[in-house]
Design a protein around this ligand. Structure first.
Ligand SMILES: Cc1ncc(COP(=O)(O)O)c(C=O)c1O
Length: 389
């Protein structure tokens, strides 16, 4: 038999436990059971019609060749205009890099900043792929436990405690996945200042920008031009499957990122780049803002409904489409509890274990990426589950 070997970096990559939940949900659905999908981290809305039309038009016009690795110049300019319109910021389009989703941006950012053996600090709980991207690069992600007191976000003090001679970067996401919390501007400013003093880089993932329901929907670029700012057309713009995002970086890094992008994926999908031009238009924004308002209505229903059932939600989520809820009143093993809930009542959630180890067994994530009507039904199902267990 041929002897096969995986690189140790790939062999030890952790899977998403929610995929397990999804597979079970699919099986139950095939058996005819109604499933309430509160585990899915993408908008339930289809891509806005004008954006789909723009994609079709691009195909008809045979826009099917590679673009420059850094993206279509028109799209880089349109993103700069977006920052101007939304935040009154003048960003040089040369600093804007179009990528295959925020995922592509995160890979480029980490490949450009981390050598093997370097480390990067991030929050636990947090978006799990970052840790794995660092691992693929033979670098290390150091997960810092974060608590409700700091809005489940890193702050300068905790980062200072963990910073060592191998640390090159710290990463935050605002609003955050899984907690939906926004990093207060003053907390981010102090963090940026500390990281700059250490000559490191602060990476700020703003993928949920546009989906902020309370307070200031700001960008880190208002605070510092030294940050790497990650963004995407996936969430607010409703284009997950188009695989298109962007990143704003200090000019110093652009040439290196250009070379990495040329080698790793050549360019972001061309059709998606043309469609993204329409996604950024003011007319499309009207459609997208109405969807944002619907997400807010869903949050405003689900949050008190869960609290009434006995979940503890320590920080009110201000954005994204997630509620990170403490379920320790019902279980000390949220993964098994989530599996049981799916089997008994058909409600699918994401267990805390998918976002780290801190707080993992006592928490689960609710994604309100379903209609209000479905959410109401799901709450009734969870109520019945709690009462019968
Ligand atoms: C915080 C965060 N960053 C990045 C991503 C990757 O998104 P995409 O590659 O679709 O832009 C996600 C996806 O859920 C996310 O939650």
């Amino acid at each position: 038999m041929t002897s096969r070997k995986l690189s140790s970096r790939s062999a030890s990559l952790s899977p998403f436990h929610v995929m397990d939940i999804l597979a079970q949900a699919k099986k139950l659905s095939q058996q005819g059971k109604d499933i309430y999908h509160l585990e899915i981290g993408e908008p339930d809305f289809a891509t806005a019609e004008p954006v789909i039309e723009a994609g079709i038009e691009a195909l008809k016009q045979q826009k099917t060749h590679y673009t420059a690795a850094l993206g279509l110049p028109d799209l880089r300019h349109a993103i700069a205009e977006y920052y101007d319109r939304k935040f009154s910021l003048a960003i040089d389009p040369q600093r804007i890099i179009v990528t295959p989703g925020a995922s592509g941006a995160l890979q480029l950012a980490l490949a450009c900043l981390l050598d093997a053996g370097d480390n990067m600090l991030l929050a636990d709980p947090g978006y799990p792929c970052n840790q794995n991207i660092a691992q693929v690069l033979a670098a290390e992600a150091v997960a810092i436990p974060v608590t409700a007191e700091n809005f489940y976000q890193l702050d300068a003090k905790s980062v200072a405690q963990h910073w060592n001679s191998r640390t090159r970067a710290a990463m935050v996401a605002t609003p955050s996945n899984p907690t939906g919390t926004v990093l207060p501007k003053t907390q981010l400013a102090a963090l940026a200042q500390f990281v700059e003093r250490k000559q490191g880089v602060l990476i700020v993932d703003e993928i949920y920008q546009g989906l902020v329901y309370d307070g200031d929907d700001y960008t880190a670029l208002e605070i510092s031009d030294e940050c790497f700012v990650i963004n995407s057309f996936s969430k607010y713009f409703g284009m997950t499957g188009w695989r298109i995002g962007w990143m704003v970086v200090p000019e110093f890094y652009v040439d290196a990122i250009d070379r990495i992008a040329q080698n790793i994926f050549l360019a972001a999908p061309t059709v998606s780049q043309y469609a993204a031009l329409t996604a950024l238009k003011k007319e499309t924004q009207i459609i997208l803002d109405a969807r944002r308002d619907e997400f807010q209505q869903r949050r405003d229903f689900l949050l008190p409904a869960l609290e009434q059932l006995g979940f503890d939600i320590a920080v009110k989520p201000q954005g994204a489409f997630y509620i990170y809820a403490n379920c320790e009143k019902f279980t000390d093993d949220s993964f098994n509890w989530v599996k049981k809930l799916l089997h008994e009542q058909g409600v699918a959630l994401t267990p805390g274990i998918d976002f780290g180890s801190h707080l993992a067994n006592s928490h689960c994530r609710f994604a309100y990426t379903q209609s209000l009507e479905k959410l109401e039904q799901a709450v009734d199902k969870i109520d019945a589950f709690i009462k019968s267990n």
